[in-house]
Design a protein around this ligand. Structure first.
Ligand SMILES: Cc1cc2nc3c(=O)[nH]c(=O)nc-3n(C[C@H](O)[C@H](O)[C@H](O)COP(=O)(O)OP(=O)(O)OC[C@H]3O[C@@H](n4cnc5c(N)ncnc54)[C@H](O)[C@@H]3O)c2cc1C
Length: 465
């Protein structure tokens, strides 16, 4: 039995795994095999106070160990893992507790959004979090956190009112607008650069009632009509509704297909009215819509698209101010060509359209999440099986994302930051690209909270001089 119950880290209540532990392989699993490395230790804290012990163990090692933090394990970029170092695996710290008045919820740093929604459904409230159940609340929120609810309530970070953080020196602090306010600014977009977040407190919102989700499918050749339908939709878009435009090839024939994936709160807008442009301006070849009565079902709406996928993923993304038909058409053509190779046919492109005003109503300097101009976002998710294709795939996804970023600059003169949750890697996007105008303040906060750069994975912020 090689799972070490604290024996290797004195006082540790949780489990410490090494490569010879039977549970090591499953604890080392990720959404994408690209993020599966070989840590020397996987420390799974059972209580928050285990975390400083794991940090001390790593840093006092005769040759200090690199430290990585695993939240939901969804990011394909290996920054949440390490070769030869120590992973703090937050998977046992996933409690979800509501306040007596249900107005706030305290979420453990290792919870998945699916854990949060399961409890929120019981309370009759919603929480602003990721669209898919398997996404880590920690990793997604600390990068900003887009949600199906963002058009109404902003980013996940805009709904976070307090957090508990274990700092690089092992101290555990609580931070909010008045306690350690610089740290509170920094963790709301600064990702893993300031500490390990053990708890996040979010405000909740009332459950909106029945929600229409699912998909409408179109022939690839109908892209111009679907784009026109989206423009018609934007002219009357209610903040409560969201549309996703998706390029996907689906079995059995894997021909290029355009999908519209709606999120419509039926009590706020009539789904038939909202969907009218998507039925009249363009004609769907199929409709697979359902009305669901809880947020767990919303977060599972894409299950069939997520199962049975090739094991490797590479994701890159871009923010853009407006839907430009020429840009979407150019990306579509490149996607058709790339996915014409059967080994890449599961690759998808998603263009997400929430109402833009709410996120942009927060000043740029209020949180480290810097994308506060009205915008939409898109992601390219390449799925494939063979590690020998890694560099070709990474190059292709970054080229697609880059073409959208360049169009943004050409058409508006204004680059938009790219949140770390949607970016590919520090080789592709710089620290400046990710943190944008907030980088100088983040460097100052880094000097206060992590001058020695203990948190040195991913987009590493250099402390101010
Ligand atoms: C299928 C899919 C759906 C997605 N949907 C959305 C969406 O709806 N909205 C959205 O905004 N993004 C979405 N994303 C992107 C997602 O937010 C990022 O991949 C995010 O980094 C995942 O966080 P994680 O905790 O699951 O991942 P991990 O790989 O475990 O962690 C990602 C990063 O966060 C750090 N981290 C995680 N937890 C903590 C913690 N408690 N304290 C400190 N650092 C921590 C890690 O060290 C790492 O740097 C999606 C991604 C996928 C693959």
């Amino acid at each position: 039995m090689a799972a070490l119950q604290g024996s290797i880290i004195p006082g540790f209540h949780g489990t410490v795994l090494t490569p010879s532990s039977p549970q090591y392989a499953s604890a080392n699993q990720r959404f994408s095999q690209t993020a599966v490395l070989k840590p020397a230790y996987i420390a799974q804290p059972a209580v928050d106070s285990d975390i400083p012990l794991a940090l001390q163990f790593a840093l006092k090692h005769h040759d200090p160990l690199e430290i990585a933090v695993k939240g939901g394990g969804v990011n394909p970029y290996p920054a949440a893992n390490t070769n030869g170092g120590l992973v703090v695996d937050m998977s046992q710290l996933k409690s979800v507790k509501f306040s007596a008045d249900k107005k706030t919820v305290t979420v453990g740093g290792g919870a998945l959004w699916g854990d949060v929604y399961a409890e929120a459904d019981k309370q009759g409230v919603v929480v602003v979090g990721g669209s898919v159940f398997l996404v880590g609340a920690g990793g997604s929120t600390l990068a900003g956190g887009y949600s199906p609810l963002s058009g109404q309530y902003g980013m996940a970070v805009d709904n976070m009112v307090r957090a508990s953080v274990v700092l690089a020196d092992g101290r555990s602090v609580t931070t909010d607008a008045t306690h350690e306010p610089d740290l509170f600014f920094a963790i709301r977009g600064g990702v893993n650069q300031f500490g390990i977040v053990t708890e996040m407190v979010f405000q909740t919102h009332p459950f909106p009632g029945p929600i229409t989700v699912g998909s409408l499918g179109y022939l690839g050749t109908d892209l111009p009509k679907v784009l026109q339908a989206l423009h018609n939709h934007f002219a009357h878009q209610d903040p409560s509704s969201k549309m996703i435009l998706m390029f996907a090839r689906s079995p059995p024939d894997f021909s290029p297909t355009i999908l519209i994936l709606p999120y419509i709160e039926n009590k706020k807008t009539n789904p038939d009215t909202v969907l009218a442009p998507f039925r009249q301006t363009a004609t769907p070849i199929f409709e697979a819509l359902s009305v669901v009565n809880n947020f767990t079902a919303v977060a599972h709406a894409a299950d069939s698209a997520l199962t049975g996928q090739p094991p490797r993923a590479n994701i890159d993304g871009a923010l853009y101010s407006d839907l430009w038909d020429d840009v979407a058409t150019d990306v579509y053509q490149k996607w058709v060509e790339f996915t014409g190779q059967s080994k890449f046919q599961s690759t998808i492109v998603m263009w997400e359209f929430s109402h833009r005003d709410k996120i942009a109503s927060v000043p740029v300097g209020a949180t480290a999440f810097a994308a506060r101009s009205p915008h939409f976002y898109m992601t390219v998710t390449a799925r494939y099986s063979d590690a020998s294709d890694d560099s070709q795939v990474a190059q292709w996804t970054s080229q697609i994302a880059k073409s959208v970023k360049q169009a943004q600059i050409q058409k508006t003169g204004k680059p938009l930051p790219i949140p770390a949750s949607l970016a590919q890697s520090p080789q592709t996007e710089s620290v400046q690209d990710v943190f944008g105008p907030n980088l100088p303040r983040l460097r100052t906060v880094k000097k206060t909270y992590d001058a020695r750069k203990v948190w040195n994975r991913g987009w590493v912020i250099d402390p101010a001089l």
